[in-house]
Design a protein around this ligand. Structure first.
Ligand code: SOE
Length: 380
């Protein structure tokens, strides 16, 4: 069935490099495609680590310089799973070399970088997508279907949170492998770009564009030892970021992300309240979509807890039998399968670089608002 080879070069062998590699392997086991992925090369700064990744995940070669990877003529697609400060240059070089590109989120460290990346892929016409995986959790995709069918009616409120607690210790260093998310120069921002970006991507997808925002951020630990220099250096990232938003459809929203919510590891929750119905979703119970429909008969009206595992629910016909679960990693499998489907038809898989730029415009506006104390426009 699969006839066309899709030769992949991956940059990055960390957490996301592993998640993406798994998706490349798994997609064709569950989803039909004209394309057959071939894991041609993995690239990382440390050759020994790259070799371990290649061996474990079946890549046939390694590179230590991403420029060499991008120049190779035996690669069709560059997948960027490297730290945020590398996204921009790799993506632009890959676009100029005519490669398809998949990029980890956030697209750039700021909207300026993202705009340049959008310009590059649109000028060269290469296929592109950003890994905002939470759209592809079946319960979240079901929420999208329910909203698009108009079941919620007019939407009044959107509420999203992404709570973690892994940076509370003040002796945790910043910078280097695993901890680059704490280094503003590499990450661009703290939880605004890392966690709120997920919430914003899903929100724009479910509820349309965000017009303006009013944000507040805090850096609780002001100095940390830098792994790469060995010196105690100022911390430039936001540890917590909260904002109010007005959507273009008139609804009001609250968003919150923090790495200081003791007890919460990756609690991404969202709630939408409409005139006729409401929905709630929680990453720690990812199969469940909570749904309240006011048109139900009054005597039995209440929140339904829908276990999204049945064959007529998004993606689930490709997996096991009704009632059995899939996981976090499956959302990446879905996203890669959708990317392949996008290559076969007229509609590219979303979010494209242009879609993801909209998220970076909102995160830039949140960070600006936190500095100015004013409402800021999240538009282009
Ligand atoms: C940070 O801890 C992190 O790994 C993010 O970088 C991911 O994007 C998020 O999905 C889970 O948390």
């Amino acid at each position: 069935m699969a006839a066309k080879k899709l030769r992949i070069g991956l940059v990055g062998y960390g957490f996301m490099g592993r998640v993406h590699s798994n998706a490349f392997h798994q997609a064709s086991h569950y989803f039909d495609s004209e394309y057959e992925p071939e894991l041609v090369a993995v690239c990382g700064r440390d050759k020994a680590n790259a070799e371990v990744h290649a061996e474990r995940w079946g890549f046939s070669s390694v590179e230590t310089d991403w420029r060499k990877l991008v120049e190779r003529d035996d690669i069709d697609l560059i997948d960027i799973a490297a730290p945020n400060d590398m996204h921009h240059d790799i993506a632009i070089a890959a676009a100029e070399a005519g490669k398809m590109i998949m990029c980890e989120k956030p697209l750039g460290r700021n909207a300026q970088e993202s705009q340049e990346m959008v310009d590059a892929v649109e000028k060269t016409g290469v296929a592109n997508m950003v890994w905002y995986n939470y759209r592809r959790i079946p319960a979240v995709t079901l929420a999208k279907q329910i909203i698009d069918e108009g079941k919620l009616g007019k939407i009044f409120h959107y509420r999203a949170k992404f709570l973690q607690d892994w940076t509370i210790a003040d002796d945790l260093p910043q910078g280097g492998a695993g901890l680059w998310r704490l280094d503003a120069g590499v990450a661009g921002s703290g939880v605004t770009g890392d966690l709120l970006a997920h919430c914003i991507d899903t929100a724009i997808w479910l509820n349309g564009p965000i017009d303006n925002v009013s944000g507040v951020t805090e850096t609780f630990i002001k100095e940390r030892m830098h792994t790469l220099t060995g010196n105690v250096e100022p911390v430039g990232i936001d540890d917590a970021s909260l904002f109010l938003a007005r959507f273009h459809n008139g609804s009001l929203a609250t968003f919150e992300a923090t790495r200081y919510a003791r007890g919460h590891k990756a609690l991404y929750t969202l709630e939408i309240n409409g005139e006729n119905a409401s929905i709630m979703w929680d990453l720690h119970d990812l199969h469940r979509l909570e749904y309240f429909d006011h048109s139900d008969e009054g005597r039995v009206r209440g929140w339904r807890s829908i276990h999204v595992t049945d064959g007529d629910q998004p993606y689930m016909d490709k997996w096991w039998v009704p009632g059995l679960s899939i996981g976090y990693e499956s959302s990446f499998v879905h996203q890669f399968a959708d990317f392949l489907t996008g290559l076969e038809g007229d509609q590219p898989a979303m979010p494209t670089f242009r879609d993801a730029l909209a998220t970076d415009l909102v995160t830039d506006a949140v960070l600006k608002s936190a500095q100015t104390g004013q409402w800021e426009s999240a538009g282009a």
